[in-house]
Design a protein around this ligand. Structure first.
Ligand code: PXL
Length: 268
């Protein structure tokens, strides 16, 4: 047998919910990291019984068990980057911050508030803990337009407001912000704006008609950014690469038919 030498593959951790339909959540994150050649670890925060069409049940994992998963992974592996996705309650956000505040690993926070099917994935009283505790700890926050509106306490609704809103979030929470313009009206090019180190960067991509209907694009984008950071890319480059990664997955999307409705997921 050849001698066993330690593996040098970079490692990233996803702290997120389980989506049993595997299009979003931890399952999407692990598939995305795998495609990038990054070893993915996961700490599950909740179990969601859902498909792209419907959220049927949600059960939060006990906060002590969420902490235990993160703690054992941090003790054992040289984790290069962390992403947070669905954190179902105020207590789960506080529990995660309690552990992450003592580490200096870059954190990408996807402030998941509602599923693409329209159901809430976070309790109402949790958004304050997200804003006050978690976002200030992170390297990058990746809100969509409704989440940005919630974080700023004002409506972010059109093209003209995106750049200012990304900057306002960055300054308010002392972090970098990727504001995703996926909720802009269809028919126009899509814009995502990155506010990073006092500058804004605009990423434009053609309107992919079906993109809005695909569940898991936000999870996958933040997982891909996390993976690229774990591979050593600077933040702007990681964001640019992740946006084109997700565009390819949208172009390869898979569709099934169920009762006259299209059930779609990204094409990993
Ligand atoms: O897309 C947001 C999201 C995040 N996390 C989990 C989800 C979803 C959407 O359905 O199920 C677990």
């Amino acid at each position: 047998m050849p001698p066993i030498s330690p593996t040098t593959q970079p490692i990233a951790l996803s702290i997120a919910g389980s989506d049993c339909s595997a299009g979003a959540g931890v399952q999407a994150d692990l598939k995305t990291l795998q495609q990038l050649g990054v070893h993915g670890l996961s700490a599950v925060t909740s179990i969601v019984s859902e498909t792209p069409l419907e959220v049927r049940d949600i059960e939060a994992i006990a906060t002590s068990l969420v902490q235990s998963q993160i703690q054992i992974l941090l003790e054992t592996y040289p984790i290069a980057a962390i992403k947070t996705g669905m954190l179902p309650s105020r207590s789960s956000i506080i529990a995660v911050c309690e552990i992450l505040k003592d580490h200096s690993i870059p954190i990408i926070t996807d402030p998941v508030m509602i599923a693409s099917s329209g159901s809430a994935l976070m309790q109402d009283d949790a958004s304050l803990a997200m804003a006050e505790r978690l976002i200030p700890l992170c390297t990058l926050v990746t809100p969509n337009m409704p989440e940005a509106s919630q974080l700023l306490g004002r409506e972010v609704q059109d093209h003209s407001d995106l750049e200012q809103a990304a900057r306002d979030i960055g300054e308010k929470f002392q972090t970098s912000c990727l504001l995703k313009g996926g909720h802009l009206p269809s028919g126009v090019d899509r814009l995502d704006i990155l506010w990073h180190k006092g500058k804004s960067h605009t990423f434009t991509h053609p309107d992919a008609d079906i993109a809005g209907g695909i569940h898991g694009t936000g999870c996958t984008l933040s997982a891909s950014i996390t993976g690229h950071l774990a591979l050593g890319k600077p933040l702007e480059q990681a964001v640019e690469n992740a946006i084109s990664h997700v565009q390819k997955l949208i172009a390869n999307a898979k569709t099934w038919q169920h009762g006259g409705q299209a059930v779609r997921c990204l094409g990993w």
